[in-house]
Design a binder for this molecule. Structure first.
Ligand SMILES: C[S@@+](CC[C@H](N)C(=O)[O-])C[C@H]1O[C@@H](n2cnc3c(N)ncnc32)[C@H](O)[C@@H]1O
Length: 434
């Protein structure tokens, strides 16, 4: 574990020093490394574990280190976080875990801190590795849920204690990997054969939706042959909510990396036109590459700003507005979102409203518009669509996917891990009456 530990500490140093997403930083670092698959999987477990449990780990450090965690050197702090995480949550013998951290100190050129690291970790081991319980009730919840106070309060007040509990508890473990099978690239048995050793299980709710137990799905023949793409259940349901028909003209205005565009095109059996836009040209390439791998001809990937009217675009039968958002529904995949400054989210609703307002121009009379986010924030969800409907009497909310039962059967649906096991997600379906 020595090499993995040093690798992980360096990656955590980079992650906390930058604004990027953990999954992208990890993928890139692992791709460029010479670690073997077992080492990669141990690095992933430790890296995500530390980010997910940061408040808990820092609380432990605050009790065992004379210096408060925020005053420690960032590299030493990350090494100690890894050490406490390994001791409390990984099956590594105590002595081995402590010794590795002491040795890693030297490899990271922090030899002078090795005695201190040893003392902090040995102190935690001596006390039976029990996570201390803070007396202060607010701090106790922060340590229990590994989340900041503002997030616990916002989720509880907007969605209730049980949704807050489900979302934050679920975010303390690795999320499921869900696939959308491409029915245009062969039948289900060919897909299962081409998945090889990877064990896949059909999702009880949706045809063409599969859960994966583990393993790198991108190394399978099925991936190479364009038989699936990775897509969470919530995101698949959002495409079914838009319900594109064969031959439709569909606009997907915030489309990268393209997961929803691909499912929409597959639902259309690749017949019709699907224009998939994104603001960032480098991300548009991901849509084009994905569509090519999945053999989808009807997807046209373009750079475009969804908040600005483009008079060259056709009137569409269906428009998807999967807007940029705070991402509070996907903290189990991107745990660093929990620690963002909430002030950074206050500018989102006006941007989302502007994109929705512009999207409405493209919808044909009788056509449909789906507004969606992967967040649980009332201001970004209900606030934006309710505000839009007040200004647009030509649109009305229409219910969707009623046959799936609760929580469907309304024109606005909020999903969270506690209901269907999906990511947290919001979708609203609107029809242009005239
Ligand atoms: C939630 S993600 C979309 C995920 C995508 N629909 C999928 O299923 O793969 C939001 C996307 O909106 C893009 N974006 C942000 N502002 C935009 C704008 N003004 N116009 C178009 N795209 C924008 C981001 O680059 C990001 O790729």
């Amino acid at each position: 574990m020595g090499a993995e530990l040093v690798f992980c500490v360096r990656l955590l140093d980079k992650t906390f020093g930058a604004q990027g997403y953990s999954n992208i930083a990890l993928d890139r670092a692992l791709r460029d490394s010479d670690l073997n698959p077992q080492q990669k999987s141990r690095v992933s477990a430790l890296y995500y574990g530390v980010i997910e449990r940061l408040p808990e780990l820092d609380y432990v450090l605050s009790r065992y280190s004379k210096k408060p965690p925020e005053k420690l050197d960032p590299t030493v702090r990350n090494l100690l976080r890894c050490g406490v995480y390994q001791l409390a949550h990984m099956r590594i013998p105590d002595n081995a875990a402590v010794n590795e951290c002491v040795n890693a100190c030297k490899k990271l050129r922090y030899t002078s801190a090795s005695g201190f690291v040893n003392a902090v970790l040995r102190g935690f081991v001596r006390d039976g590795k029990q996570i201390p319980v803070p007396k202060d009730p607010a701090l106790r919840r922060q340590v229990q849920y590994c989340a900041p106070d503002w997030l616990i309060k916002q989720l509880s007040s907007e969605y209730g204690e049980s949704v807050m509990d489900a979302l934050l508890t679920d975010a303390l473990g690795r999320p499921p990997v869900t696939l959308r099978r491409n029915p245009l690239a062969g039948d289900a048995s060919a897909f299962l054969r081409a998945m090889g050793e990877i064990s896949v299980e059909k999702h009880p709710l949706l045809p063409d939706c599969y859960r994966v137990q583990g393993g790198d799905v991108t190394r399978t023949d099925a991936f190479a042959q364009g038989m699936f793409h990775v897509q969470d259940l919530a995101s698949q349901l959002c495409c079914l909510a838009l319900d594109p028909q064969l031959g439709d003209t569909v606009l997907d205005l915030c489309a990268a990396p393209g997961g929803k565009s691909f499912t929409l095109a597959e639902l259309m059996e690749d017949r019709g036109q699907l224009y998939a836009f994104d603001l960032h040209t480098n991300r548009v390439k991901l849509i084009a590459q994905g569509a090519q791998r999945l053999h989808l001809q009807c997807v046209h990937a373009r750079t475009g700003d969804a908040s600005l009217h483009n008079p060259e675009l056709p009137q569409a039968d269906r428009v998807l507005c999967d807007v940029p958002c705070s991402g509070l529904g996907v903290i189990r995949r991107k745990p660093e979102i929990k620690y963002k400054d909430p002030a950074a989210f206050t500018g989102l609703p006006p941007v989302q409203a502007k994109i929705l307002e512009n999207a409405a121009h493209y919808v044909k009379p009788g056509g449909y518009l789906v507004y969606s986010t992967c967040t649980l924030s009332r201001a970004e969800n209900d606030g934006v669509v309710d505000g839009f409907l007040q200004q647009h009497p030509e649109f009305e909310g229409v219910s969707f996917l009623e046959t799936l039962g609760e929580p469907f059967g309304n024109w606005k649906v909020t999903l969270h891990p506690g209901c269907l096991g999906s990511d947290g997600f919001f979708m609203a379906k609107l029809k242009r009456a005239r």
